[in-house]
Design a protein around this ligand. Structure first.
Ligand code: UDX
Length: 471
């Protein structure tokens, strides 16, 4: 009976691996703290969770449900255009509303025993949960899976388009991107054409919608974004910087951390690469991963392959089955070609246990697409980086790594020779300098997660605020 008096937090993320994973880490942290948490997936994502039973067996306060996103089962869900974003935002809303209504109904009779929903935490990419929360008068917090700086780009875009505060046509408004001095065409990841595109305008609208919530939760850390956070704070009722969530969670679940390390992975990790890493010399291996969604052409992939082989370094490469963007070569031929490498220094897997890989002593560098989770996991593991940003927040993340935090080099992947040269720069003469850079940033990050640090305190504050919200 005690359970029905618990605060009940409903959390929802409908998009990518890189969004679901940090939100699930937060869900696990909140349920560890004694809150009753329901994690809502789309049916599509729910089917892909590879370790759901382990999570549910270990956390009795954490429950999973799934709802439709309104798209047909066989929809690829990888176009990221306006039709896709707009479709999900409107089609998922009625299913989510129905679910929340079911949690508000009287629990008497045969209905399963569960507390009334007291608040919602929703991935801020879509605004439909905010609409539902307002219609049903339930408090809601937004969560973002990327950095504060990237969010601030979306707050800046309307000013750029309308020219507000823009006295100098060569510069961004002075508060546009704290920490950088940029020309007006240099907002990382955007240019004047894309600023006006329907998708960007949609995302601007969704970002601004978050200001209607009770607060914003960010998987980031104060010290790394100090120049930007004051601008954002101004727009929100409350701000909780609680990152990196995977580290906070691992430190709180103690000896269960290995089990939890692959929080909500959509693919099963190939553990063979860990055995292979054991056989490699310390700091010798380049880890290469483009995350869960980046795709590239078959010819570009072959340039990567030759650049990697020509570098003479051992490498571990994550090649998802769906990584090739252009057509039928994706069906195995290219993988056969890639298997013909110098076997002793090449390991290729379809999905790796990334946190474990980065923490392995054989890893000396990380060639990455610069997703925010990869950046945070990499700082924790103290590995110098090669940045190959593709879209979205990856450009601003790369700018930070290369120019502000100085623990990485940018890759111009135009051909095999530039790829090979950049690898040898990272693994060769610039290694020590970049290692010092990442050690410096890691120390700042660690200060924030220990007891008394900013992220540690903000998790406590969030838990306290959520407890007070019992309806
Ligand atoms: C997406 C966006 O692309 C990214 O720009 C944004 O910051 C977050 O959402 P994704 O591309 O998947 O994310 O990249 P990233 O943020 O790095 O997240 C990938 C996650 O998958 C990481 O937590 C990583 O540990 C995990 N991963 C990746 C594995 O567990 N195994 C792998 O082989 C590769």
């Amino acid at each position: 009976m005690e359970m029905v008096d618990q605060p009940h937090v409903v959390m929802i993320s409908v998009l990518l691996q890189g969004h679901v994973k940090p939100l699930l880490c937060l869900a696990e942290l909140l349920s560890e703290a004694g809150l009753f948490v329901t994690f809502v997936n789309t049916h599509h994502n729910h089917k892909r969770f590879s370790n759901l039973p382990e999570i549910t067996n270990n956390l009795p306060n954490l429950h999973f449900v799934s709802i439709s996103d309104g798209l047909p089962d066989d929809h690829p869900r990888d176009s990221f255009d306006l039709e896709y974003f707009f479709g999900i935002n409107s089609a998922t809303k009625p299913y989510f509303k129905e679910l929340i209504l079911s949690y508000l109904r009287d629990n008497s009779g045969d209905a399963p025993l569960q507390p009334r929903v007291s608040c919602i935490i929703a991935d801020g990419v879509f605004s439909f949960p905010i609409d539902v929360a307002e219609e049903l008068e339930i408090p809601i917090f937004s969560f973002i899976a990327h950095s504060a700086r990237y969010l601030w780009e979306y707050f800046t875009i309307p000013k750029l388009i309308h020219g507000v505060d823009d006295h100098d046509h060569h510069l961004l408004p002075s508060d546009a991107m704290p920490g950088f001095e940029l020309g007006r065409n240099d907002l990382p990841g955007f240019n004047m054409e894309t600023l006006n595109s329907p998708v960007v305008q949609f995302l601007v609208g969704e970002s601004l919608a978050m200001t209607r919530t009770s607060g914003l939760i960010l998987n980031t850390i104060d010290d790394l974004e100090a120049s930007c956070l004051p601008y954002i704070t101004h727009h929100f009722r409350k701000l909780y910087t609680v990152g990196p969530l995977h580290v906070l969670l691992n430190s709180r679940v103690g000896d269960r951390s290995q089990l939890m390390a692959s929080h909500g992975s959509f693919w099963k990790s190939d553990q063979n690469c860990m055995t292979w890493l054991d056989s490699q010399p310390s700091r010798s291996v380049l880890y290469v991963s483009f995350g869960s969604v980046v795709k590239t052409s078959c010819s570009n992939l072959l340039e990567f392959w030759h650049g990697l082989v020509d570098s003479g370094r051992p490498f571990l490469w994550v090649l998802r089955r769906d990584v090739i963007s252009d057509g039928k070569e994706s069906n195995g031929e290219i993988y056969e070609e890639l298997q013909k490498g110098p076997k002793e220094r090449v390991c290729i897997v379809e999905w790796a246990p990334q946190e474990q890989v980065l923490g392995h002593s054989a890893i000396g560098g990380f060639l990455t697409h610069c997703g925010w989770n990869s950046i945070l996991e990499n700082i924790v593991a103290r590995v110098p980086m090669i940045c190959w940003p593709n879209w979205g927040d990856q450009s601003i993340n790369s700018e930070c790594v290369v120019k502000l935090w100085k623990f990485g080099v940018e890759l111009d992947a135009k051909d095999r020779s530039s790829i090979e040269k950049t690898i040898n720069t990272l693994m060769g003469h610039q290694r020590e300098e970049l290692q010092l850079g990442v050690d410096r940033i890691a120390k700042r990050l660690e200060d924030g997660i220990h007891e008394g640090g900013s992220s540690y305190n903000n998790v406590e504050m969030l838990v306290g605020d959520l407890r007070k919200m019992k309806l």
